[in-house]
Design a binder for this molecule. Structure first.
Ligand code: ADP
Ligand code: MG
Length: 292
């Protein structure tokens, strides 16, 4: 590649909101074969809102939400913010939490006046041996609708489910189509459960899903694909995506996401629209073609 064509290519890309951190990335991005897309905030808007509150017997919606929001008020997770916001909208006074612990990829644990409150995945509550977990598939029904369902336990007794929905960006489906048309294998990667992930993947036309990945394991999944001999790009927005963005052959950070993701990546997508990720691949190929 000549320096002039690389400079021209980088300039054109920048005009389209795709910032390559160096000419070498403009040269190599077109060779990517598999592209991993983070779900929350990358494929979806990342603005989850509470849709369903399903209290256990002996609990009211109010009580359930009060306890969950009390536990979540110190968490920065988007799911936590959805719960706290819903409680505020309903004028529910939160329980003060005297201690708080976030368990990455699983949930939160807080000590309040009424006891120990856990909010998180059903698998995590089961792991904590919470009593009275329902056998029924209420949570699974909500997950099949693409909602993320969190269980709430107070003093290790099940208190109910809270479901949250996040909408797919209008541009995501078309972007996935363009990536597939360019011959890329498109894979969704998420910490969320399999059912919810599959429902969202289906909305945008993705067949391959890697779900229930703990935050520190996203980069191991990248490595696993690389060992299969694939050249891998990763697109993400969150702090938990940063190691995977750094490990991937090409990391692309959604510019509307966290600074840490932007720092770890090779390309910044200024528009928060996944079409820019497809553009990055196509512009790289076009640049390299002009050179030959
Ligand atoms: P994602 O990859 O979608 O950003 P995370 O890895 O952060 O997801 O979390 C995975 C799952 O762990 C969530 O879908 C949720 O069920 C649970 N979880 C994580 N943090 C919290 C929290 N603060 N409150 C409740 N549940 C949580
Ligand atoms: Mg994300």
């Amino acid at each position: 590649a000549t320096p002039t064509s690389i400079m021209a290519g980088s300039g054109r890309a920048a005009e389209n909101g795709v910032l390559f951190k160096g000419g070498q990335y403009l040269e190599s991005t077109g060779a990517v074969e598999t592209i991993l897309l983070d779900k929350t905030g990358t494929i979806t808007k990342g603005e989850p809102a509470v849709t369903d509150i399903v209290p256990a017997p002996d609990w009211t919606e109010q009580q359930l939400l009060m306890h969950a929001a009390g536990a979540e008020q110190s968490s920065e997770h988007a799911l936590a913010q959805a719960i706290v916001q819903d409680a505020a909208q309903k004028n529910i006074t939160l329980q003060r939490a005297s201690s708080f612990e976030a368990v990455p990829g699983k949930g939160v644990l807080a000590v309040t006046d009424t006891g120990i409150v856990a909010v998180g995945t059903s698998a995590w509550l089961a792991e904590r041996q919470v009593a009275g977990m329902p056998e029924g598939a209420e949570n699974e029904k909500l997950e099949e609708q693409g909602k993320t369902v969190m269980g709430v336990a107070v003093n290790d007794r099940f208190a109910g489910w809270i479901a949250v929905a996040d909408t797919v960006k209008e541009t995501s489906r078309r972007a996935v189509e363009r990536m597939q048309a360019a011959g890329l294998e498109v894979v969704m990667i998420t910490g969320d459960n399999e059912k919810t992930a599959r429902a969202i993947a289906a909305e945008v036309g993705i067949d391959r899903v890697i779900a229930r990945v703990l935050p520190e394991q996203k980069s191991s999944e990248v490595t696993r694909l690389q060992r299969e001999g694939r050249r891998v790009a990763m697109v993400g927005d969150g702090i938990n995506d940063a190691p995977a963005l750094a490990t991937a052959d090409i990391g692309m950070a959604v510019g509307t996401g966290t600074d840490i993701a932007v720092e770890a990546a090779d390309i910044t997508l200024m528009r928060g629209d996944l079409n820019s990720a497809a553009d990055a691949v196509l512009m790289s190929r076009a640049t390299m073609k002009n050179i030959k």
